[in-house]
Design a protein around this ligand. Sequence first.
Ligand code: G3I
Ligand code: 9MR
Ligand code: ZN
Length: 585
Amino acid sequence: MKKIISIVLMLCILTSCQTPQSTETSSQPPAAQAEVSAGAAEAEQAAPEETTQTSAPAEPEAPPEIMDLSSAELSEQVHVDQLGYRLNDVKKAVLAEGDTEFSVVRVSDGAVVFTGTSGDAYTDLASLDTVRVAEFTDVKDEGEYVVATGSGLSYPFTIGDNAYEGLRFALLNMLNYQKCGVEMDLGVWAHEACHAEPALIYGSDGVYKDVSGGWHDAGDYGRYIVPAAQTVADILLGYELSPNPDAEVLDIAWFEIEWMLKMQDEETGGVYHKVSCRSFNALNQMPQDETGELVISPISITATADFAATMAMAARFYPDKKDELLAASVKAYDYAVANQDMPGFRNPSGVSTGEYGDGYNKDELFWAACELYATTGEEKYHEDIKAGNIHSGLGWADMGTFGMAAYLMHAKDFEADDGLLLRMKNKLLGDCQGIMKNYETDPYGTSLGTNYYWGSNMGVGNNAMSLLLYSRTIEETPEYELAALEHMRYLLGRNSISQGYITGFGENAAKNPHHRPSVAVGEAVPGMVVGGPNQSTGDDPTLRSNREGYPPAKCYVDHQDSYASNEITIYWNSPVYFVMAALGL
Ligand code: G3I
Ligand code: 9MR
Ligand code: ZN
């Protein structure tokens, strides 16, 4: 984990920190310098222009200027990736409007290793801040640094190929912290077996079923099929598309798959939507302390189709279990197709835990058909895909892109249909172009435009994932690969509030997630992606009282009670894990 350094006090006057001159012109404008969509704060927006990097000392022998960092102050307006940048990465920071010049300073000795001029001032509509982008790609000496400007110092960061060390594993290992039904040896977060007793089938005449196991969904202890399917698919795809896959993924995912299998009704093939207590328990309880009766909510079509998709996908990853998985998948698929007009899931009376309501099931059915075709090559599934529309999306309510990924990667084993391939390519390309349009006008390297909603960080992860899926399954696209990495930097602190959104990673990472084990213990489990800014501040009282009226990208509060901006979930971690794995980081 990162070395913590504390930075205090005044910044030495930047102008006194001069370095010998030697200039270098970058022909590539930083993303933030790209053209701005029409109609947006025109007066403030500068035309795109090439930026000039003023480089490090030309004569290596000349001793660098030294800045007294001990008498410099941290600025909340100088935004960097608080983990850092690999040696050959593009390196950008986001500065305040007044920061036309900046330096990169080594923490160990205060050496000013680089000075530069930042790009044009630009008003970011998501944060309403006017900012400048600073590029220091040429700094390639390993070390711990800060960016220093007239506003003050950034949080510290590493330049080195180990900048991201530990993050990818922690993102995956988070799922082990969410394990239910078994005793877990997790240091201070250790817990006894929880939620292991049979659960009541809602509406039955006292029928109980064993549905133990699986992962707690989030900051609460419910276990829900729809987000489980997304999470399993994300990490299996991460495994499939990684240049250096993590062997642990298969065991980790299997724990959830085993639980999902228990959630299927043997008789009909339908899959129960979720299992939880009737309501959420107190925030400071460890899992074994939630002892209310467990209730299995009714079967839904979205859960059943997601289950069918996940099991058909899993059949390719677990050859020894292929028959069992495929049988479960086919049974679920047949049920979902036959009952697709059933209304979308709503919490039944008396149950108020996570709903994952979704009145539209065509994307889930599409995903299932694609996975079944990808695994079996049976024409029946191909016909079902051809008969419907192409769908996209990677979030729990919209799963179509998982279907496209399966078809694009595996249909070639059978008789891929050129028309379908083209439609999928165009659909995914259209999504990626929309993402890139936002990305190119976002100083922080993300792509949500001005739309920050509950779980916006999943949107960040999913957008990066879409770009990588396009690049890996259709056509290698270096700009998309770079943009995906830049999205990570937003999550790691290069955002308008310099907030690290992954617990334990970065100097200013979230410390008070809405996560029951973390609250109970008084310390956040590491490696959890929090929900992030949510412009609907009315979604929770703590967010409202702290952030009402703030611009969308700033509607976040690192408070344990803010479930609408600071909860964690398995499916906010998993796309970010995918990105790290696919990038081989
Ligand atoms: O997607 C739209 C967006 O396009 C629109 O601009 C925006 C305007 O408000 O709304 C967006 O929809 C929001 C949606 O999340 C985005 O995924 C809804 O307003 C918002 O209510 C919805 O919140 C969901 C929340 O439960 C409340 O139902 C979250 O997605 C979902 O992740 C969250 O899930 C909870 C579980 O129920 C229980 N466990 C914890 C988990 C995380 O908080
Ligand atoms: O802890 C719950 C969280 O997991 C949910 O996402 C959130 C919204 O459904 O609800 C949280 O529970 C709160 C409940 O809704 C209202 N009373 C306070 C609960 C937090 O302790
Ligand atoms: Zn449990």
